[in-house]
Design a protein around this ligand. Sequence first.
Ligand SMILES: Nc1ncnc2c1ncn2[C@@H]1O[C@H](COP(=O)(O)OP(=O)(O)O)[C@@H](O)[C@H]1O
Ligand SMILES: [Mg+2]
Length: 223
Amino acid sequence: MPLVTFVLEARSLSHAYGRTAVLHGVSLGVAPGEVVAVAGPSGSGKSTLLHLLGGLDTPTGGEILWGASRVDRLDVEARAGLRASRVGLVFQHHYLLPDLSVLDNVALPALVLGRDARERATELLVRVGLAAKADLLPNALSGGERQRAALARAMLARPAALLADEPTGSLDRVNAENVADMLLDLARTEGAAVLLVTHDERLASKADRTLHLLDGRLVTSGM
Ligand SMILES: Nc1ncnc2c1ncn2[C@@H]1O[C@H](COP(=O)(O)OP(=O)(O)O)[C@@H](O)[C@H]1O
Ligand SMILES: [Mg+2]
């Protein structure tokens, strides 16, 4: 038994798209409060790994755990239900809904569950510096601001883990730095563990630990 219960854990994780194997026996753990970066060149399998750890896809081999829950054994619906309360996701593209205000976008994960989370959403918008833009539509925001709104939305349900796939990949250097710092600051103050996937070594260097993925294999130990 491991000494710590990881918030997120992969055990000998493998994945193939059809006949093309892209992940080969990846094992890693993210401890409570820890920030782990996975760095590697384009095509090395970073997004595949993040999607599997986020429960968005089912691995062809190995195990995924969120705390003590075996996520790979759950069906799609059960996994989605658990994900809503446990895991926040941020991608390179913000995926904000264009016809909803910034505030409603951030509150949306709770609205879907029939809960009014506007107070929590407002608090998060303050934290990411967007309080004054709450009533605007996403297209009135800059690229960096949209990513900050997406970050606030990901944190709405107080997830134990935040998974981010190239969250600064579409931003210029100044905005990238700003969004990265805000993501790490928000996750730390909220007590969320972070798994950050990036090909940007500058971003990876902000993590507590960086794992290197090459051709679907970790070249540094993931534990
Ligand atoms: N849905 C998919 N179907 C088939 N092949 C895919 C799919 N998604 C990714 N791949 C392939 O898997 C490999 C790893 O991709 P990906 O996980 O996106 O890497 P990274 O995020 O490191 O760029 C690449 O060769 C890519 O072409
Ligand atoms: Mg990718």
